[in-house]
Design a protein. Sequence first.
Length: 275
Amino acid sequence: MTNKLALFEGKEIRKTWHNEEWWFSVVDIVAVLTGSTIPKRYWADLKIKLNEEGSEAYEKIVQLKLLAEDNKLRETDCVNTEGAFRIIQSIPSPKAEPFKLWLAKTGYERMQEIENPELAQQRMRNIYRAKGYSEEWIEKRVRGIIIRNELTNEWKERGVDEKREYAILTNEISKATFGKTVEEYKEHKQLDKQNLRDHMNDLELIFAMLGEKVTTEVAKSKDAQGFVENKEAAKDGGTVAGNARREAEKKIGKPIVTKENYLTEPEQEKRKRLT
């Protein structure tokens, strides 16, 4: 299952690829269409109404795991494109028609990406450009995503459980690389539900990549199987990156791990200001 974020008029909508089609978070759709500050409450009330009416929209709802605000995968009400259209019909909104066009376009783009994976990378770059990131940063971020996908594919092939164990192994790498778990790192940068790596600078991204790439290679070389052996590989990969980080810090005279984030100032603007 592939979890991603899509953007509609600058608003994030969680989606996941399941049974050969995109499924979208209903709460996120509700938030976009209604502008409600409490979309979960709005959806809970609407869900009861749809159920009482015997609506087909209710029957289209499927619970799938999506990344929640606490950065954990949690069961979330989702609908495919057909189900989303039915939900839209139940919500009076001036954004209904633009959103329908967006849904259709998203489904078409996914089919193109399956045939040509380079299109997915290009779309990702465009999203980051729209968010105010520089080309230099985007190249590193995209490369990091590729390396991360290589690692999780390796874990999957080696019998690591995605639901429970990916996060544990990721924290092992992070702790050995940066001296902090993912949650500790986010707290250090004063982040809430934001993606940590979207708020890393160049050097932080590079060392994150190093830790995960070495972990992948160690798992291959040792033919690590299952959680315990891959946990050792994660520690090894993170340790290599951690040693390199400490050596780099000695040479440049400042810590790699920073409190820097891009919550108030876009990365591209901050880069220009500091150079």
